[in-house]
Design a protein around this ligand. Structure first.
Ligand code: ZN
Length: 284
């Protein structure tokens, strides 16, 4: 009996050792994120100036929240985080799942726990995104807070854009966005993932509403330029806390982040980057 117990113990030991061989060391369990903390990677003015190198892996980003938006390393398209999964609307319009080892130079996520809901019945048929934003402002208030939004909608029309992946040396976003591609889709169902930054966050995040879209069939997505609603509902989460992850790369400290880039940002976000003042003509 004693021998068989010893053999059993030895067998278990070998089994455990065998199982461990070749396996990556498991990361210690990370603490659950604070339920009302908005986590932001980088500041928007750094992205505007061409800070496109990844700062945080998608694997880590998803530990900070299950809903959000942003872009990928190299400004490689539009990022949509929905129900804890990350999707990329590429510069060619294709939508693909993002592996956890990809990184993001700019993103905003939250563990989405709705504080309220805005019925869309009265919003259906409203012309344009600006009307939706104005209605949400009136319903939500809380002007000096960051708000995360999720709108599950049927859309009569949605126009989305994406941007092509960039190579070094990176050009400012206002220039890159002039090469954006846009697509207009009709009669599509999906989810609008949004953030609303307070006006005081200019230079840090996007003041006002910033919407990305992902269709229910996961085939259509991107940064929303305009839409017309048919039906749906908007849920929102007012963030109590706000945390920023700064880039560790030395280039970050060389950027002039105090420069007022609000006009350029507005053109980039609203899809009117092509209306930016023309760049200096090339030397002859
Ligand atoms: Zn966007």
């Amino acid at each position: 009996m004693r021998i068989s117990i010893a053999r059993l113990a030895l067998g278990l030991l070998l089994l455990v050792a065998g199982c461990d061989r070749g396996r990556p060391v498991a990361a210690p369990p990370s603490p659950a994120p604070h339920p009302d903390r908005l986590t932001q990677v980088n500041v928007i003015n750094a992205l505007m100036l061409g800070g496109y190198d990844g700062v945080m892996s998608l694997g880590e980003l998803l530990r900070h929240g299950d809903l959000g938006l942003g872009t990928l390393d190299g400004l490689d398209g539009e990022l949509i985080v929905l129900d804890g999964r990350a999707y990329q609307a590429r510069g060619d319009g294709a939508v693909v799942a993002v592996p956890p080892n990809r990184t993001t130079p700019f993103a905003t996520v939250i563990p989405f726990r709705p504080d309220g809901e805005v019925p869309l019945a009265g919003l259906a048929g409203l012309a344009g995104l600006a009307a939706l934003d104005a209605r949400l402002d009136a319903a939500i208030g809380r002007a000096n807070h960051f708000v995360a939004l999720r709108a599950d909608v049927a859309l009569a029309v949605v126009t989305v854009r994406s941007v092509p992946r960039q190579d070094r040396p990176y050009r400012p976003l206002a220039q890159v966005a002039q090469a954006q591609r846009t697509w207009t889709h009709r009669d599509v169902r999906g989810t609008l993932v949004g953030t609303r930054g307070p006006s005081w966050s200019a230079g840090l995040n996007v003041p006002g509403y910033h919407w990305h879209f992902l269709s229910d069939d996961r085939r259509v997505g991107g940064h929303v330029l305009d839409l017309r609603l048919t039906a749906g509902r908007v849920r929102y989460d007012v963030a109590e806390r706000w945390e920023v992850r700064f880039p560790g790369a030395p280039g970050f400290d060389a950027l002039d982040l105090a420069r007022d880039q609000r006009a350029d940002l507005h053109r980039v976000e609203s899809g009117r980057a092509g209306e930016a003042p023309p760049a200096a003509p090339p030397p002859r």
